[in-house]
Design a binder for this molecule. Structure first.
Ligand SMILES: [Zn+2]
Length: 87
């Protein structure tokens, strides 16, 4: 019975393969960060579990972390970053 079901499912998938692909593309969400991602992207780094320096600084200072690269820093965040990002 299981094997029969498996066969049927396989057949259905094959037939609707084209449709499924289109659906996936149209429902594809844009990258959560407006910068488009990359090695220096904070969203990208969080996603892959990479260390994000400013997140670390903000957490230590009890400040909220930025949503993405284009989120403006608050004055408190800027103050907390100053010793670590001198520019
Ligand atoms: Zn980004």
């Amino acid at each position: 019975m299981n094997q029969q079901n498996y066969k049927n499912t396989k057949k259905i998938n094959k037939n609707t393969n084209k449709k499924t692909k289109v659906t996936l593309k149209s429902s594809y969400k844009p990258y959560p960060c407006p910068c488009g991602g990359g090695q220096s992207c904070i969203v990208n780094r969080r996603e892959v579990g990479d260390w994000v320096h400013e997140d670390d600084v903000f957490r230590k200072a009890n400040l909220p972390i930025r949503k993405n690269c284009y989120t403006a820093h608050s004055q408190n965040q800027l103050n907390a970053m100053r010793p670590y990002f001198p520019n």
